[in-house]
Design a binder for this molecule. Structure first.
Ligand code: NAP
Length: 326
């Protein structure tokens, strides 16, 4: 089969190779046991793969390896008794190996793909939307009627979080860096949009936030805490700004606010039953038309390096997807 490998840890422009490899067998899941073999039609491009081209992500397989955490396609084979079977359209999360014509994913990480979504949207579904649900609902305890502030709101996690928050009945405030990204955030359901520069005062004027969802980190974190209303929760999701913020905990005491971490992958690999629960909640939001992944760029598999450069240069909006079969 055709696949893209990370051959060396030298950055997105030179680390990748287009290769031919043997197709994976059902027993080659990363979690052990027999998995679901998927004929891949589209595969997602995410920040972890960018970091992996430099050896900077916590999941660090020996090179060469095929990256790609999530795919959408058609089931070739599934274990007996699984909730999907050969011929089904699915979204699946193999964790690695997705940038290839065939991938194998754990059964608990495979989800029927609703008819409303095409394969590109299916490849945009699991990492960002499951993270958004996990971060907002399970970690941030977001409730209907509350206000959520979403950083990096035009990005993959950001657009997913805006849609999920709307589905949960929340009011949404998006933080973005440009006019183009403002339009994307509005299309994803932002009620209000503010610029990253000076966002704290703008958000306070809008009444503050009950939950902050932060995939960006860096120096804006302290200002995020200042926007929280009493009993507010800041949910740490990622660090695209490049630096990990530190918190002076007296701020938490003075304002009666909390900071919580949301590490979706580590949690759901341990509590595997949560995956189908989140999948079911998202399925309902898809059927209501609230969740519909925004695919900002679609490139052929062969242009994986260009896809990574969109993330590297902060040019990506929504989800970047590679078409594997055209
Ligand atoms: N905790 C978890 O379980 C989990 C799960 C999935 C992803 N993540 C993490 O979440 C983060 C966001 O992922 P994503 O897929 O949403 O990325 P993305 O689509 O590239 O969006 C990230 C956003 O970050 C903002 N940003 C600010 N400074 C930036 C910089 N120096 N370089 C690039 N972007 C910058 C950009 O928005 P503006 O230009 O508008 O500021 C951009 O839209 C990543 O760190 C990823 O690893 C965590």
């Amino acid at each position: 089969m055709k696949a893209i490998e990370i051959a060396e840890e030298t950055g997105p422009q030179i680390a990748l190779r287009l290769v031919r490899r043997d197709e994976p067998t059902p027993d080659q899941t990363l979690t052990g046991g027999e998995g679901v073999v998927v004929e891949v039609h589209a595969t997602g491009v995410s920040f972890p793969e960018l970091l992996q081209t430099r050896g900077l992500y916590q999941v660090k397989p020996p090179t060469p390896f095929v990256p790609g955490s999530e795919v959408a396609g058609i089931v070739r084979s599934a274990p007996a008794g699984a909730h999907v079977r050969a011929g089904d359209r699915v979204a699946a999360f193999p964790m690695l190996g997705g940038w290839a014509e065939v991938a194998v994913a754990p059964t608990f990480m495979t989800f029927p793909l609703p008819e409303q979504l095409d394969f590109a949207q299916g490849a945009a579904l699991i990492l960002n939307y499951h993270t958004a649900w996990f971060a907002l609902r399970l970690r941030g305890r977001l409730a209907a009627g509350e206000t959520v502030l979403v950083h990096g709101a035009a990005g993959g996690v950001g657009t997913a979080s805006l849609q999920v928050a709307k589905g949960l009945g929340a009011r949404t405030i998006a933080v973005v860096s440009s006019d183009e990204k403002e339009q994307v955030a509005r299309a994803a359901g932002a009620d209000e949009v503010v610029r990253a520069d000076g966002f704290k005062d703008a958000v306070k004027q809008l009444g503050g936030a009950d939950v902050v969802l932060d995939p960006v980190g860096g120096d804006r974190f302290t200002d995020s805490l200042r926007t929280l209303n009493e009993d507010g929760r800041a949910v740490v999701v990622g660090f695209t700004a490049g630096s990990i913020p530190e918190v002076r905990v007296n701020r938490l005491l003075l304002n009666n606010v909390s900071v919580v971490g949301a590490g979706w992958g580590a949690y759901v690999l341990k509590h595997t039953e949560v995956n189908q629960q989140i999948g079911g909640e998202l399925h309902a939001l898809i059927e209501r038309g609230v969740v519909a992944p925004l695919v900002g760029a679609r490139l052929p598999l062969e242009q994986a390096a260009d896809a990574l450069m969109l993330l590297e240069e902060r040019r990506a909006t929504g989800k970047v997807v590679l078409d594997v079969r055209t």
